[in-house]
Design a protein around this ligand. Structure first.
Ligand code: TXA
Ligand code: MG
Length: 325
C-alpha cells in the first residue's frame, strides 16, 4: 500500500489540475480530475491522442454512476454489482457532469471502478471522478509497470505512483448499455462470457461501431518490430521462412513450444489469463532486442484469450505511417 504522504501528494496534484500515473489492475492510467478541462486537455497532449477520442471516468464506488450518467438501466446495476471493482467499463447516457472534454462530444460517458488498492485509495480521498486513459503514447503498447510509464512519459507527468505490476495486464472490457441492446465495444480483462452469464443473454462484440473507441483502430498496441500471427502448429514454419529471408526473429509463445536454435522466445503462457497478464510486458521486452519481426503464437479464443487475440491482431495490423510489418 501507499504511505499517507504520497497519497495526499497524489490527491493534491489532481486537485490543482496536475496529471499523475495511477496503477490499476488492468494497465497504468494517466490520470486527471475529470471535471478540470485544462487538466484533461493536458492528458490528451501528453498521449498525443486526438481530442475526439473519449476517456473513461474512474470512480471509487458504483453509486457514483448516478452522478455521471443521466439514466442507469437495471442491467448496468447488475453488471456493476457483479464486477466492480474490476476490469469492466460501462458506457451510459451521460449526465451534465460529464462534459465534452471527457466524452469527445458524444452523448455517452464511460465509467469504471478499478480494482487496485492504490487507485481506490486515491479515488476515495479525491472524492470525484478521474479521467484516465492508458499511460502510453497513442497507438503504442500500454504500460503494466511504473517502469514502463517512466520509460514512455517520464518527465511529462507530475507524479508516478508505483503499485507493482498489473495483475490483469490488459485494458478493461467495455460494455455499451446506452442503446436498446448491450454490446461489447472492446474485449478486455473481463471475459465476455462472464458478462453474458450475468445478463442472461448473448452480448455481441461490436468493435467496429461508429463510436470512437481508439483501442478499436485497426493498428494499435503496436511495438516497433513488425508482428506476425500464427496458430501454435504454424509457428515454426513462419519462423523458418523469415529466417531464410535473413530477418531477425523473436517468438512470443508458451514454454512448450520448441524453437530452432538461436531464436529467442518471450514466454507467453498457454493459459489465457496468464497470457493476458504478461503480453504487454513481453512485447516491450522483445522490442528491446531490436528484432525485425515478432511471431506471436495465438492463444485459444476463449475467456481472456479473446482479448489477447484482439490485441495481437491490432499489434499486427498494417501501420498508418508504413513502418513495421
Ligand atoms: O483498463 C482500462 O480501461 C484502462 C485503465 C487505465 O482503466 N484505461 C483505458 O483507457 O484503457 P483508454 O483511454 O486507453 O481506453 C478507453 C477506451 C477508448 O478506446 C475510448 O474510445 C473508449 O474507452 N471510450 C471512452 N468513452 C467512451 C464512450 N462514451 N463511448 C464509447 N467508447 C468510449
Ligand atoms: Mg489505451
Amino acid at each position: 500500500m501507499m504511505n499517507s504522504e504520497l497519497l495526499s501528494r497524489a490527491v493534491e496534484t489532481l486537485r490543482r489540475g496536475g496529471v499523475i500515473a495511477l496503477p490499476t489492475e488492468t494497465v497504468y492510467g494517466l490520470a486527471a480530475n475529470a471535471e478540470d478541462e485544462l487538466a484533461v486537455r493536458r492528458v490528451f497532449a501528453i498521449k498525443g491522442r486526438p481530442a475526439t477520442h473519449p476517456l473513461i471516468v474512474h470512480v471509487a464506488r458504483a453509486e457514483a454512476l448516478d452522478t455521471w450518467a443521466r439514466r442507469v438501466p437495471e442491467e448496468a446495476r447488475r453488471l456493476a454489482a457483479a464486477f466492480w471493482p474490476g476490469p469492466l467499463t460501462l458506457v451510459l447516457p451521460r449526465s451534465e457532469r460529464a462534459t465534452d472534454a471527457i466524452t469527445g462530444g458524444q452523448d455517452t460517458v464511460a465509467v469504471r471502478v478499478p480494482n487496485h488498492p492504490v487507485a481506490l485509495a486515491v479515488l476515495d480521498a479525491m472524492g470525484g471522478g478521474v479521467a484516465a486513459p492508458s499511460a502510453n503514447r497513442f497507438g503504442k503498447v500500454s504500460p503494466t509497470t511504473a517502469e514502463h510509464v517512466r520509460a514512455d512519459l517520464g518527465d511529462e507527468v507530475d507524479l508516478i505512483l508505483d503499485g507493482g505490476p498489473c495483475t490483469v495486464g490488459l485494458e478493461s472490457t467495455i460494455v455499451d448499455l446506452s442503446g436498446d441492446e448491450p454490446a461489447v465495444l472492446r474485449p478486455g480483462g473481463l471475459p465476455v462470457e462472464e458478462v453474458e452469464r450475468v445478463l442472461g443473454r448473448p452480448v455481441p462484440v461490436r468493435t467496429s461501431s461508429t463510436v470512437r473507441v481508439s483501442g478499436s483502430l485497426s493498428s494499435h498496441y503496436a511495438p516497433r518490430a513488425g508482428v506476425l500471427l500464427a496458430e501454435p502448429g504454424g509457428v515454426i514454419e513462419r519462423v523458418e521462412a523469415l529466417r531464410a529471408q535473413g530477418r531477425s526473429v523473436g517468438v512470443l509463445g508458451p514454454p512448450s513450444l520448441s524453437l530452432p536454435a538461436g531464436v529467442p522466445r518471450y514466454d507467453v503462457p498457454e493459459d489465457p489469463a496468464g497470457a493476458a497478464r504478461v503480453l504487454y510486458m513481453r512485447l516491450r521486452e522483445a522490442d528491446q532486442h531490436g528484432h525485425d519481426v515478432l511471431v506471436a503464437c495465438l492463444p485459444r479464443a476463449e475467456g481472456l484469450g479473446v482479448a489477447v487475440r484482439d490485441r495481437l491482431a491490432r499489434a499486427a495490423a498494417p501501420r498508418p505511417n508504413g513502418d513495421g510489418a
